[in-house]
Ligand binder design. Structure first.
Ligand code: GLU
Length: 411
């Protein structure tokens, strides 16, 4: 199937398909063909959605809650989201400064599209979540990567930020705990970044805190709008129920920020999707207002899995991965093995590695999809035994016996 010349818009031509969803679709297609594929490609908790949330969705259907709602979400859900921001992030925000969208992704999409102009620059710490740069490019703005390293905890420094800001900088995108690295900014580092941002009033900040409830170290979550209240008028804090309440399919994201930006996002949403699904909104109210104690158990189970994954991956010769602070991903470096998958000057040779692992029954996402290189991301939000089996398959796929003929073939 070829796309006729000029058939897609210039904006669409600037962006690539999402690598996370593309690999997941591929794994599903192979499974449909009868292949045994373990998918560690998409970040979605394997736990069942809590029963009280499912009950609320059913009750909403039974009550005929099946019509349009306000574009930016029901008053009830906005209030429940404000409760979530206060309780879970320490962020006090009036309901008028909260909006609801079809997943956190849509909130980010609308915020960026509503504010970016051609020539604007957006600073994104790399490795980054796959959709950030593509949305920026779709909006016609420029991506400025702020590279981070495993040794530096995959976090940017205040000096790095200061050096990257130009008169064209419009946004800084922060994600803590981060996807794909799990890196989490402590309060004092946020305050240091905030001191730099205070000198640049044109710069808006996206604080994507969707993984905040899933952290595995002591202490409480720190977020920029709370640590630097003087910046709150230009910080958009994004959250949702997908990860914390295993509600990925419901598609509900929430955002809190300056009134003008919330209004701009809702203006765009009024022409894109309209209101988020009414049933999902009722379910999200139950998620935010209902019991949260199950999260302790989930976090503990994720922590145990994380530790098992990190140990098993680091035991495979040629692979290394640091311990993530939060979220449910491991960013794995495979540099010592990469000559088997292409020349060093090919920044996308890790795509060949991901396809090789897929041949051996495991779906992962290549690091280059995240603005990294020579490695891959796994999601450990899958059943313990399946994750262990997947890593055992990776060990076989990357063993000298399997790689040696591959090296001959590529020479
Ligand atoms: N955010 C998740 C991930 O990174 C879901 C897929 C997506 O939207 O990218 O796997």
């Amino acid at each position: 199937m070829t796309t006729p010349d000029g058939a897609v818009s210039g904006a669409l031509a600037r962006i690539a398909p999402s690598r996370t969803t593309a690999m997941t679709d591929r794994a599903i297609a192979l499974r449909d063909e009868g292949r045994d594929i373990i998918s560690l490609s998409v970040g979605e908790p394997d736990f069942a959605t809590p029963a009280h949330v499912v009950a609320a969705a059913k009750a909403a259907l039974d009550a005929g809650d099946t019509k349009y709602t306000a574009v930016g979400g029901t008053a009830r859900l906005k209030a429940a989201a404000a409760l979530h921001f206060a309780r879970d992030l320490g962020l006090q925000v009036p309901v008028s400064q909260v909006t609801v969208s079809a997943g956190g992704k849509q909130a980010i999409f609308h915020a960026l599209l509503a504010t970016l102009n051609p020539g604007d620059e957006v600073l994104i710490p790399a490795p980054w979540w796959v959709s950030y740069p593509e949305i920026v490019r779709f909006a016609g703005a420029e991506v400025v990567a702020l590279p981070t390293t495993a040794a530096g905890g995959f976090r940017i420094t205040a000096e790095q930020l200061a050096a990257a800001i130009t008169p064209r900088t419009r946004w800084l995108l922060l994600n803590s705990p981060g996807n794909p690295t799990g890196a989490t900014y402590p309060a004092e580092e946020l305050r240091a970044l905030g001191a730099v941002l205070a000198r640049h009033p044109r710069v808006l900040v996206m604080s994507d805190d969707i993984y905040a409830p899933l952290r595995y170290m002591p202490g409480t979550h720190a977020t920029l709008a709370v640590e630097c209240p003087d910046l709150a008028e230009r910080v958009l804090t994004v959250s949702g129920v997908s990860k914390s309440h295993a509600m990925t399919g419901f598609r509900i994201g929430v955002a809190a920020g300056p009134a003008w930006l919330i209004k701009a996002m809702e203006r765009l949403q009024s022409h894109s999707s309209g209101n988020p699904c009414s049933i999902s909104q009722a379910a999200a109210v139950a998620a935010f207002e209902g019991p949260q104690d199950f999260l302790r158990d989930w976090c503990e189970r994720f922590r145990v899995r994380r530790d098992a994954c990190v140990a098993a991956l680091n035991a495979i010769p040629g692979l290394s991965t640091p311990v993530p602070d939060g979220a449910f991903y491991c960013m794995v470096d495979a540099t010592p093995l990469m000559d088997h998958f292409g020349p060093a000057d090919d920044p996308n040779r890790d795509e060949a590695l991901a396809l090789h692992l897929l041949e051996h029954g495991v779906a992962v996402v290549s690091a280059s999809g995240f603005g990294g290189r020579d490695g891959f991301r796994i999601s450990f939000a899958a059943d313990d035994a399946r994750v262990a089996e997947a890593i055992a398959r990776i060990a076989v796929a990357l063993s000298p016996a399997v790689l040696a003929p591959l090296a001959l073939a590529t020479k």
